[in-house]
Design a protein around this ligand. Structure first.
Ligand code: ZN
Length: 140
């Protein structure tokens, strides 16, 4: 299999509902998000997908939707209070925003939507919360 990879850095807040330690508090990370793309065949030039298209379709999606925002699980008990304080900074997501769930959402929901007009497929995503800690999600 031939793959193409590109990463993008964003700053984003979150809290992990049910976390036993300090990750239950409102906090944020300088996330580094790695995208892995494949295609059934290379294009006539010899590419999985031009890197600029990965940027415009996936990296810029992160920039517009997650960067400098706060990811909030739709079932978080603090949601209503935070919506009253600063609604425009919140991104209400259908998952508890762990690195694992962010990676899964990007691969299962964002990738298919954003790459629908291409011949490529997002097959894996790695979400780094720090240079030491990351989670990945992959499909075949
Ligand atoms: Zn965190």
């Amino acid at each position: 299999m031939i793959i193409a990879e590109r990463y993008h850095d964003i700053s984003c807040g979150h809290r992990v509902v049910g976390h036993e330690g300090k990750c239950r508090f409102l906090h944020g990370h300088n996330y580094r998000i790695h995208f892995t793309i494949t295609a059934s065949k290379l294009d006539p030039v010899g590419r999985v997908l031009d890197f600029s298209i990965i940027k415009s379709h996936l990296c810029e999606w992160l920039e517009h939707h997650f960067d400098h925002k706060f990811l909030m699980w739709e079932q978080d008990e603090l949601l209503e209070q935070l919506l009253e304080i600063q609604k425009e900074s919140l991104v209400v997501v259908p998952f508890n925003p762990t690195a694992e769930n962010i990676a899964k959402y990007l691969v299962e929901v964002v990738g298919p939507n954003q790459l629908a007009d291409t011949t490529a497929k997002l097959i894996s995503c790695k979400v780094e919360e720090t240079s030491k800690c990351s989670a990945s999600y992959s499909i075949d």
